[in-house]
Ligand binder design. Structure first.
Ligand SMILES: [Fe+2]
Ligand SMILES: [Fe+2]
Length: 320
């Protein structure tokens, strides 16, 4: 066996062994929500502006708890959606050659992603069901899409069908990178319940591995894409980043939560107006930090070595 093959084999087995040793699906016990959480705020109040508004505070602990429980449900449902409708689908496409070019070793790693993500969706739904039983609070809605999935759908409409799977790999790579950072940051919030924080920290311990796996794979995949595919996808990527990161400025779900908490339409409207400036400031801050991170990721993956893509980003006002 030559030296190069030997090093590759060692690296590969290190990654297999790392999964056996660290994957939460193999090593973490079930996260049981304790009875005491019935009277605790589940979701960090720093992540849900409504919770601190005087009129919501005036609803008492139960009212604030309701607002935070709905926000926690929404967060968990969105995790489940991303895993089951997006990341698992892309990983299966790699395994089954729908996205072409993955080696057997890369396919084996993609299978670990399928298992991990299935488990993350399981943990999220398990958490929701336990919380519902404990608090008696029913989720206001079970979302069937989110901002990321809707942006992908819009992007695919702009691309010829034969480029859809290549775009899926790119959009999943971007999403896995964003999710890792988001989970890290929400897991550090001090005011969430212990069980909620455990769900976040367990999850992120797997996502670091996924983020580097997809980044490596996408770098190799981008390099082998035909010129026409690179040009088409590259031309729409700058706009896609903005579309994908855009938040719901209308705050439709926030309104629903306030109405669900028993406030009138006018009261809800006034609370939304009072908190809108801070909401937008936080949203814009999040977008600019995340977008800068994603541009750096694209840089590391060699995307800007393709001059027409580089030019598309410059035209869009993104300095590289
Ligand atoms: Fe995950
Ligand atoms: Fe992941």
């Amino acid at each position: 066996m030559n030296a190069l093959v030997d090093i590759n084999a060692q690296q590969f087995f290190a990654s297999v062994n790392q999964w056996y040793a660290h994957a939460t699906v193999r090593n973490s016990p079930r996260i049981v929500v304790p009875d005491a959480d019935k009277d605790q705020y589940i979701y960090p109040i720093s992540r849900q502006l409504l919770g601190a508004h005087p009129q919501v505070q005036a609803l008492g602990k139960q009212g604030v708890g309701y607002v935070l429980a709905q926000s926690a449900y929404q967060y968990m449902y969105e995790i489940g959606l991303l895993e089951t409708r997006f990341v698992i689908d892309c990983s299966l496409n790699l395994i089954n050659n729908v996205i072409k070019g993955a080696t057997e070793e890369e396919k084996l790693d993609a299978l670990t992603v399928v298992i991990d993500e299935g488990y993350h969706a399981h943990v999220a739904l398990d958490f929701i069901i336990q919380m519902k039983r404990l608090t008696g609070i029913e989720p206001l809605q079970v979302p069937d899409t989110n901002g990321n999935l809707s942006a992908v759908k819009r992007a695919l409409q702009l691309l010829p069908v034969e480029m859809h799977n290549d775009f899926q790999l790119i959009s999943v790579t971007l999403a896995e990178h964003t999710l890792t950072k988001d989970l890290l940051s929400i897991g550090r919030e001090k005011e969430a319940s212990e069980a909620f924080t455990r769900v976040m920290t367990d999850h992120v311990s797997d996502e670091g591995r996924h983020a580097s796996y997809f980044a490596k794979l996408m770098k190799a995949h981008w390099a082998r894409l035909p010129e026409e595919t690179k040009t088409r996808i590259g031309a729409m990527l700058p706009e896609y980043l903005d579309d994908y990161l855009a938040g719901d400025e209308e705050r439709a779900f926030d309104r629903q939560i306030l109405r669900g908490a028993g406030l009138s339409e006018q009261e809800a409207q006034a609370i939304i107006a009072d908190t809108q400036e801070l909401f937008m400031a936080k949203l814009n801050d999040y977008i600019s930090v995340t977008k800068a991170n994603l541009v750096k990721l694209l840089q590391r993956c060699g995307v800007f070595e393709h001059q027409p893509t580089r030019a598309a980003f410059s035209r869009y006002g993104i300095d590289l």
